[in-house]
Design a protein around this ligand. Sequence first.
Ligand code: FES
Ligand code: FES
Length: 156
Amino acid sequence: MIITFKINGEIKTQEIKSSLLLIDLIRDVLRLKGTKPGCLEGECGACSVIVNGAAINSCMYLAINVDGKEVTTIEGLGNNENPLHQVQEKMLENGAVQCGFCTSGMVMTTKAYSDKCIAEGITPTREEVKKSLEGNLCRCTGYAKIIDAAEAVYKK
Ligand code: FES
Ligand code: FES
């Protein structure tokens, strides 16, 4: 079947099998390798991307479901050519990255949550920030610096 969607600001029309997972569309078809395959069972959040403003696990999401929608991956935020997004900056400033395997998922989840909080005029508590990241696992850092970074997004 043929789907049309926007990814990182660019409109794409793509022929896909109805069984194709979004993570495979992103990594294997579109060759965007920043979205990471971890557990592939919806448990680790390494594959998190944003679809129409909400963070989702792309390993548990059929690619056909992005038809007519807007997808953002880590490549759609800051990179070597474009300024880093605030969430990426806070991750760096707070030393929240070790091996980096979980980082794109952490950034995408934090971006979706912070966009929602900012739109609603909410400053979340540290506990709420922690809860927002409960679907994202990190095998390296012990989480404190990641939570510090996510919390710092709300500090002026
Ligand atoms: S790879 Fe998707 S949740 Fe772990
Ligand atoms: S920094 Fe290594 S898994 Fe999180």
